[in-house]
Design a protein around this ligand. Structure first.
Ligand SMILES: Nc1ncnc2c1ncn2[C@@H]1O[C@H](COP(=O)(O)OP(=O)(O)OP(=O)(O)O)[C@@H](O)[C@H]1O
Length: 506
């Protein structure tokens, strides 16, 4: 791996000399040093036969010669395989653990994303005897607690002193994938839920999560896992106080955090994003230890190799017509249509459903909906029962929908980061994909400037046949009238029930 000089050099010295992974070769699993054979089988079942570049690089820094000595920061394109890049080394490192307790915590910004990442851990963790938990508020808190903590079983035939209280509940998972909100609920209220044995902390979609200060989740985690005198001593004290089969000992405190022979244990952190922040004050919150930055080339933002960016220029008022014509020309191909707010998503979704000739099933995915409905829509989209998913930016981060070849920006993204995350839902794992952006005639320059931020000088123009557009005009007029009626009755209903204003951009 070679150190590279970067454009727009960041302030932090360690960010100025990242390691570029693009020169690395993919590594077949047969040649991957130290890989547990059981994991090789599990990976095979997932369709993985070799590791991608970023995965090889992280493996080298963790299981390989790097030996988890440094905190690892990854800034690599969408779809480059960051999930497995951290999941595999963590599972491999924990594959020899003797006692079950919470050793790895992965924090993600949204529930659907957490479920997706949990699925990756669940595909490999159980192969080496590890349990994986989820704390996202998908099920009731009681249900979640019953999976996360259990009372240890008392050995049959041993007579326990009735003077001692019955054993306290203990963590029943080795790896937990969580969103900040539910994580904080468990930290504050769930008996037996503890982070004191935590060895690995992954903050995925870091730049997004660092904007989320929900109940100070990050400072809380860092405080609870701090390897200072005080927490080490309290860990030791808790050993004295729990006579019934406690797993807390002075020795295990050190060993289980992976720092046998060193004065105090250290929590290993891994932070990842396709658009990793360079802001020193934000990164300082993570309290990184001797961080190593892995990147993919000299530019800050990189598009997936096989992504084609296209623009459709039209009058802003005619965007709906052009969108429908574009969808018709794409046939039955599955696609996500991005808008800039939940309100716009809802309007567009409603409008598209009034185009009776559009033989495509359209779904809506936004924070306006209940989580259960949103997850159901996403499942239908994954299964191909819904072909067009209208979404606000809640969907842009990390979601992986197999076989998705097309993304459409109905509204221009406000930031280049947003463009990257939206477009990155396609062209994943080396596959081909196209991102169309509907650009109003007044927005052409703005769009050009936006792409220049990612060193993209040009974007091919895609023309939608005018006959297609003109043929839609009568239906469009009709659809607009119906939309007006629906919007009025929805507004009336909203006022009646005094729903809170949910104007949000997620
Ligand atoms: N070694 C591999 N071999 C084959 N497929 C892989 C491999 N690693 C990951 N994939 C697949 O590549 C896709 C993208 O992976 P992943 O979701 O981890 O990307 P990402 O870098 O986290 O993207 P984003 O930045 O959008 O979150 C997934 O469908 C995953 O199953």
């Amino acid at each position: 791996m070679a150190a590279v000089k970067r454009k727009n050099a960041p302030v932090l010295p360690w960010m100025r000399s990242p390691v570029d992974v693009t020169g690395m070769e993919r590594c077949p699993l047969d040649s991957l040093p130290f890989l547990d054979p059981r994991l090789k089988v599990a990976l095979g079942k997932m369709g993985v036969s070799s590791l991608f570049q970023v995965q090889v690089a992280v493996w080298e820094e963790t299981i390989g010669p790097g030996g988890f000595e440094r905190d690892v920061c990854v800034s690599s394109p969408t779809g480059s395989g960051k999930t497995l890049a951290y999941a595999l080394p963590i599972v491999q490192a924990l594959s020899t653990r003797a006692v079950k307790c919470l050793r790895a915590l992965v924090v993600l910004p949204t529930r659907d994303l957490a479920v997706q990442v949990k699925d990756v851990f669940s595909a490999i963790g159980p192969a080496v005897g590890l349990s994986v938990g989820l704390a996202v508020g998908q099920s009731s808190i009681a249900d979640e607690i019953s999976h996360l903590v259990k009372r240890p079983k008392l050995d049959v035939g041993i007579c326990y002193d009735p003077e001692y209280p019955s054993p306290a509940p203990q963590c029943a998972v080795d790896i937990l994938v969580a969103t900040p909100g539910r994580l904080m609920d468990h930290i504050s209220n769930t008996k037996g839920f503890t982070l004191e044995h935590l060895q690995y902390l992954v903050v995925d979609e870091t730049d997004r999560l660092l904007r989320e200060s929900y109940q100070s989740w990050l400072p809380t985690i860092l405080k609870l896992t701090a390897s200072d005198d005080q927490s080490f001593a309290s860990c030791a004290r808790s050993f004295d106080a729990s006579p019934l089969g406690s797993i807390k000992t002075m020795k295990t405190c050190g060993i289980e955090r992976g720092f046998k022979g060193k004065p105090y244990p250290r929590l290993v952190k891994m932070v990842l994003s396709a658009t990793l922040t360079q802001d020193p004050s934000k990164l300082a919150q993570l309290d990184l230890h001797h961080p190593l930055l892995l990147t993919t080339g000299p530019t800050r933002y990189l598009f997936p190799e096989n992504l084609k960016s296209l623009k459709v220029v039209c009058e802003a008022s005619e965007k709906p017509l052009y969108l429908v014509a574009l969808l018709q020309s794409l046939g039955q191909e599955k696609c996500i249509v991005f808008t800039s707010s939940v309100e716009y998503s809802h309007r567009l979704y409603t409008l598209l459903n009034f185009f009776s000739d559009l033989k495509l099933k359209v779904g809506e995915y936004s924070k306006l909906q209940r989580q259960s409905l949103r997850s159901k829509t996403l499942a239908a989209f994954r299964a191909g029962k819904v072909q067009v998913l209208v979404s606000s930016d809640g969907m842009t981060r990390g979601m992986d929908v197999e076989g998705l070849k097309i993304v459409i920006n109905y509204d221009l993204p406000a930031y280049i980061k947003t463009y990257i995350h939206r477009a990155g839902r396609t062209a994943r794992a080396g596959h081909e994909g196209r991102c169309y952006t509907l650009v109003g005639k007044q927005e052409v320059k703005k769009f050009k400037r936006l792409l220049q931020k990612a060193d993209k000088e040009s974007c091919t123009e895609h023309s939608v046949p005018s006959e297609l557009v003109n043929a839609l005009r009568p239906v469009y007029k009709n659809a607009l009238e119906k939309l007006q009626e629906v919007s009025e009755s929805e507004a009336l209903r909203k006022r009646k029930w005094q729903l809170p204003d949910r104007k949000t951009h997620d």
